[in-house]
Design a binder for this molecule. Structure first.
Ligand SMILES: CC(C)(COP(=O)(O)OP(=O)(O)OC[C@H]1O[C@@H](n2cnc3c(N)ncnc32)[C@H](O)[C@@H]1OP(=O)(O)O)[C@@H](O)C(=O)NCCC(=O)NCCS
Length: 146
């Protein structure tokens, strides 16, 4: 039987996926950046495990009453199974429990799948940074369902 759980993403978890991070997850987030993120006191990171295998991770930063989604990444061969939804749902619960009033994120306008994910959870587009990522617009989304 499949066992899926969401729990704290630790440095030892990161070390388990160190060699497959760039190839199997996403080449945007490298080990050194994530290592720093996991040591940052204002960051909270979760991972999703399928039968103990790390299939995705996601993190937020919280400063005062404002949360920001830093990243959400699912292993390429495990996408489309609801794992990012589990992670985002857990992060939203954490953001609510910390009494945040604002939850922001930024996404490339070409990333339709991520945009669908964010809209599914009630994020609304509030702005745009033209040509922000190598000529691609960045869309700014905010969560309103507090
Ligand atoms: C974006 C990403 C995190 C989605 O993860 P996932 O686990 O595959 O997503 P889920 O299976 O939980 O699906 C969540 C929602 O995304 C949307 N979605 C998922 N796959 C989709 C697809 N192939 N086409 C269109 N929308 C899709 C749907 O709205 C879906 O909700 P639904 O199944 O209830 O309709 C994943 O594709 C990924 O890791 N991409 C690379 C990293 C990235 O771009 N991260 C976001 C910016 S930091």
């Amino acid at each position: 039987m499949e066992n899926v759980l969401v729990e704290k993403f630790t440095l030892s978890d990161l070390n388990l996926i160190k060699d497959s991070l760039q190839t199997d997850f996403d080449d945007f987030w490298n080990y050194n950046i994530l290592e720093k993120e996991l040591q940052n006191n204002s960051s909270i990171y979760l991972c999703c495990k399928l039968n103990s295998e790390i299939v995705g991770f996601a993190g937020i930063s919280i400063i005062l009453d404002t949360a920001e989604l830093n990243n959400i990444v699912i292993k390429k061969d495990k996408r489309g199974n609801g794992y990012s939804s589990l992670l985002l749902d857990s992060l939203i619960k954490i953001v609510k429990s910390r009494d945040c009033k604002i939850f922001n994120l930024e996404v490339a306008s070409t990333n339709t799948i991520a945009i669908n994910l964010y809209k599914k959870f009630g994020f609304k587009q509030v702005g745009m940074r033209p040509k922000y990522y190598d000529g691609i617009d960045a869309l700014l989304f905010t969560f309103y369902n507090f």
